[in-house]
Design a protein around this ligand. Structure first.
Ligand code: SAM
Length: 265
């Protein structure tokens, strides 16, 4: 997989991409990820990438010419991109399904916005996909782009040492992950669950699955609509629902409400 990030802060992006799983995968040549300095694609003495907004108003807007020049130069060098992604809080929400879709592509270009955003003609003509990492606004597209690149690259076979660990992560199979423990067996009076030190692999697998189901039910019941369940999962879910009903607790909903939010209904 080849990914090019277009940014006015290549050092910021490079620093993050040099470390950890992604850094090692780049060194081994499993993925080819590069930060491109947008100012290299300007044609004036001051290497200008922004200008005042038409119609007035606060802030600056990223000019279209350098972005078009950058995407076209990258296409000439690498071949046409499978997707040109613009990071924007107005884009489609970045979910596991979006990660999977992008991880199947060969060549991706990611545009990091700054200021008030980019000239709309970039989105109209160059961009094939607009992605948001959440309903909040950051000062630039570099951190969002790094979120996208990290999540996408770790689904590329060979990037994470053990492919099984990616397959077991939260969301990969529709469930949240089970809890993890390491040594010591007792820490500040809190012991690791007995089953994990029992050496009984069948029991451990059953416990982990039950924990996935319980956690997903408690923390993200919205995921249950799409999760593929076994008979054991359904039995456990029925028990959890019954227990909640008996305790007079309604099933928790993750509807974006924060503690302290008031609602009329
Ligand atoms: N005026 C824009 C708006 O309200 O939609 C926000 C511009 S923001 C200050 C500057 C850049 O940060 C954006 O162009 C985008 O590239 C990036 N950005 C900020 N928040 C983001 C988010 N939640 N998801 C993806 N990109 C984001």
């Amino acid at each position: 997989m080849v990914i090019d990030l277009i940014t006015i802060f290549p050092a910021m992006v490079e620093a993050a991409l040099a470390e950890g799983v992604i850094g090692r995968a780049r060194t081994r040549g499993v993925v080819d990820i590069r930060a491109r300095d947008l100012r290299e694609f300007t044609s004036d003495r001051h290497r200008t990438v922004d200008d005042v907004p038409y119609g007035g108003g606060p802030g600056m807007v990223m000019k279209p010419e350098p972005l078009f020049a950058a995407v076209e130069a990258i296409a000439a060098e690498r071949g046409p991109a499978s997707a040109v992604v613009l990071m924007t809080p107005q884009g489609r929400p970045f979910t596991h399904a979006a990660v999977e879709g992008l991880s199947r592509l060969e060549r991706i270009v990611v545009i990091c916005g700054r200021y008030e955003g980019v000239d709309e003609r970039v989105a109209d003509v160059l961009v094939t996909d607009e992605i948001s990492i959440g309903d909040y606004v950051l000062s630039g597209g570099e951190l969002p782009a790094l979120v996208v690149v990290d999540a996408v690259a770790r689904l590329v076979p060979g990037v994470v040492g053990d492919d099984a660990s990616v397959a077991a992560d939260s969301f990969a199979d529709g469930w949240l992950d089970y809890p993890h423990y390491t040594r010591p067996a007792v820490f500040r009076g809190r012991a690791v669950p007995d089953v994990l030190v029992s050496g009984h692999h069948g029991e451990i697998e059953r416990w982990r699955r039950a924990e996935q189901v319980r956690r997903t039910y408690e923390r993200r019941p919205d995921l249950l609509d799409r999760a593929v369940t076994t008979a054991d999962d359904r039995k456990l879910l029925a028990e959890l629902r019954q227990r909640n009903a008996a305790a007079g607790v309604s099933d928790r909903k993750t509807d974006g409400q924060e503690p302290g939010d008031e609602r009329d209904d």
